[in-house]
Design a binder for this molecule. Sequence first.
Ligand SMILES: Cc1cc2nc3c(=O)[nH]c(=O)nc-3n(C[C@H](O)[C@H](O)[C@H](O)COP(=O)(O)OP(=O)(O)OC[C@H]3O[C@@H](n4cnc5c(N)ncnc54)[C@H](O)[C@@H]3O)c2cc1C
Ligand SMILES: NC(=O)c1ccc[n+]([C@@H]2O[C@H](COP(=O)([O-])OP(=O)(O)OC[C@H]3O[C@@H](n4cnc5c(N)ncnc54)[C@H](OP(=O)(O)O)[C@@H]3O)[C@@H](O)[C@H]2O)c1
Length: 382
Amino acid sequence: MASSFDKNNPFAASLIDRRRLSSPASQKDTQHFSVSLVGSGLTYACGDSLGVFPVNNPAAVTELLKAAGFSGDEPVTLPKDTASISLREALSKRLALNGPTYKFVQLFHDRTVDEAQRAQLSALLAEADPEKKKAWIEQREYVDLFNEFPAAHLQAQELVELMRKLMPRLYSISSAPSKFPDEIHLTVAVVRYETNGRKREGVCTTYLSERARLGQADLPVFVAESHFGLPEDDNVPVIMVGPGTGVAPFRSFVMDRATRGAKGRNWLFFGDQRKEHDFLYADEWAEYLQSGVLTRLDTAFSRDQATKVYVQDRMRENAAELWRWISEGAYFYVCGDAKRMAKDVDAALHALVAEHGKMTPEAAVDWVKQFKKDGRYQRDVY
Ligand SMILES: Cc1cc2nc3c(=O)[nH]c(=O)nc-3n(C[C@H](O)[C@H](O)[C@H](O)COP(=O)(O)OP(=O)(O)OC[C@H]3O[C@@H](n4cnc5c(N)ncnc54)[C@H](O)[C@@H]3O)c2cc1C
Ligand SMILES: NC(=O)c1ccc[n+]([C@@H]2O[C@H](COP(=O)([O-])OP(=O)(O)OC[C@H]3O[C@@H](n4cnc5c(N)ncnc54)[C@H](OP(=O)(O)O)[C@@H]3O)[C@@H](O)[C@H]2O)c1
């Protein structure tokens, strides 16, 4: 029977394990989480993602309330809701504390009781350079605006009507249902950065790593099905390119093939900053290599030498062999960063198809299009 839990009715799951994958000396903080599905009736497939509804950091909520001059007890009604809730509840669980828009700056302009601040807000609204205008607002969260323009007096209801909804975050599942039918593993890079001279944190990644309590059935989750997945035929070889957290679904793929004794060959390209500190699941890959489940593992540690080395460099070095695998029917998978990595890997794929398939660049483009259409070139990038 299908589970009754989904995005609109998430399951209150328990976080049952949390451990750091990158070393304390790493410049990154990548963590492994296990979430129990016991009692949910939820099932998942390799390639699916888990949706997680986070809660904002209470300290950030309190800081915003204070900056805006609210107690938190003010009743507010969110768009599409009928019942009212307290402002603190809305800011904790329902609304994003980042991403103000110029509509909000306009409201500040209209409601300020200080003429100098109104002039400053007018100038911001009138900024002619769209890049400058965008950069200014992107550096700020709601709390910054209240701190910088304290003379604007807003109603709690006006504030919540302008804020975006706090959305669930998706994470590629890194466990295999054949081995862990009742739990889901995640591989998560904790997001921390600085804007406008202030330290910022990703809502969901810090919620999972710092605030979610182990063993409490209070983490709202759902399974998001995906087009991304292993070939039906277990004999088909697979090539997986997954630097950083992009390795998550490939841990699931390889674990699944190992558990089920699938005979198809498996080739993983993994990359991260430094071998000593960022080699995610190194022990597991070593075991899979030894048992023969993993046919090949090629790694690219970008910061272990003066010149950057990336997964696509390893692809280039192995282009003839990659083409051989593809000609023998291999599927080609890419997961991880969409902005740069996936584009560069795509370019490397086109180049090797042209060179080793002896095609013009135009013919290689058509060939890769068909490769995708056939479902043999799959990407899960974010
Ligand atoms: C299908 C899918 C699968 C995914 N799988 C994984 C996975 O397996 N593992 C994983 O770790 N993530 C994965 N993600 C990403 C994940 O969903 C979240 O987007 C990510 O964890 C950040 O969430 P957060 O709530 O912590 O950060 P948020 O609070 O959403 O903050 C992130 C935002 O902060 C801003 N930001 C971040 N860094 C900077 C910076 N340096 N400078 C300025 N602004 C910045 C950007 O606006 C960014 O959008 C996946 C996404 C998708 C769509
Ligand atoms: N906004 C961005 O520009 C950006 C960029 C990367 C990741 N992210 C996000 O940061 C989060 C965590 O990232 P992650 O842990 O998955 O790892 P990641 O930051 O993607 O890094 C993993 C490895 O990929 C390398 N890399 C950087 N650029 C590359 C490229 N063009 N081609 C191939 N490899 C490249 C990195 O090298 P170096 O770091 O040494 O260059 C590192 O060795 C993800 O949510 C991701 O989307 C955002």
